[in-house]
Design a protein around this ligand. Sequence first.
Ligand SMILES: Cc1cc2nc3c(=O)[nH]c(=O)nc-3n(C[C@H](O)[C@H](O)[C@H](O)COP(=O)(O)OP(=O)(O)OC[C@H]3O[C@@H](n4cnc5c(N)ncnc54)[C@H](O)[C@@H]3O)c2cc1C
Length: 400
Amino acid sequence: MPREFDCVVAGAGLVGAPLALGLARLGLKIALVEQRVARPAPSEPSAAGSDARGLALARSSARVLTDVGLWPVLAPHATPITTVKVSQRGHFGTLRLSHTDLGVEALGYVWRADHLQAALDAAVLSSTVTRYWGARVTGCDVTETAATVHLATTDSSRALSAALVVAADGVESAVRRVAGIAVTRHAYAETAIVANVDVERPAPNTAFERFTTSGPLALLPLGGRRYVAVRTADTATAQALLATTESIYLAELQQRFGDSLGAFSKLGPRQAHPLVLQRATKLHAPRVLLVGNAANTVHPNAAQGLNLGLRDCAVLLTSIADARMRGVDLGATELLQTYAKARAADHRATACFTDTIARVFALPSSVAGATRALGLIVVDRLPLLKRGLLQRLAGSGGAY
Ligand SMILES: Cc1cc2nc3c(=O)[nH]c(=O)nc-3n(C[C@H](O)[C@H](O)[C@H](O)COP(=O)(O)OP(=O)(O)OC[C@H]3O[C@@H](n4cnc5c(N)ncnc54)[C@H](O)[C@@H]3O)c2cc1C
């Protein structure tokens, strides 16, 4: 049976959509399957159901988005980050990371997740990608010559055949499951609560990571006085925080952060995200590859997850362009193995980096607190260490 598509991408999320666009730009016939329907960007940050998370993306990720033609639509919504301040409540010692340490104009950019997704949806709609929106991947069969992906909508089902299936369908990936790829999973027993706030005295283009005895608090600039506050707490505390009134929640945030930015106000809706470290035990099965959260879901403490997924995208696009030039079948084991090999070290290092931060900053004793404070001071004073950390955060230490 002739193959309908070169590649089926399952999941049009923040990794699947740019990947599908990049593959279509290589001149390939691409199907993109997504269970939700495309939605326009909400006009109001607090619109019900909107994903108001601020996503901090490294320079390397901005480059991936540029390469797939998205920068012109995304640039107007980007808030550049030029400084990152890391501190610990109740201890001296601040680590200050600046764009001047790397000699670049910005360390990264912040986008609201819903703006980013809406821009990606719009770009997909005006591309050559064949869309199956409102369709769920339910199965996948593989023969020596093709993979067949089964989809179900509310009232019908159908099958798509392709040389390669890419699983970009997130942490609970159906493609990964039907391909028989297992995962290792560690639940942190922590929940991140995301909510936008106004601050009285904004520090332009500055992001803050403040570690406290009951979990980290990150503030990412959204432009003007608006910041996205990501408050991580153990599950029981998080439940209580989600149930409190707006004024109590704001007061609690303020107490954790301190008053260097003045008073917090105008709290947006609170969204809860339980945190896990989940890693696929392998990145490929016959004619199937994993990318993004389907491959690795990491703690958001260092804003690494989507950056890692976009580096998957970049490496896969390069491998496929190369395979195509050499006339290699896109589902060939050689290509699958090349991708998996190229991504292994970055996946391992990023999982280890975020997990180490999560564990080290969770240690409760005052000795641990003083040691962490010393660590921040040491990294702040040692240019080589600082540069290494900056390169990891800026994504330039990875394969891309
Ligand atoms: C609180 C929080 C803050 C974060 N902040 C940052 C940050 O600042 N920087 C950063 O780099 N990362 C951050 N991340 C991580 C980032 O959100 C993820 O890495 C990113 O969303 C992964 O994208 P993805 O496309 O792989 O998966 P997803 O975004 O989960 O997309 C998967 C897509 O697949 C679709 N899908 C699922 N199942 C099916 C199916 N069976 N059939 C069809 N479609 C399906 C879903 O509808 C969805 O659209 C954060 C995460 C959290 C929780």
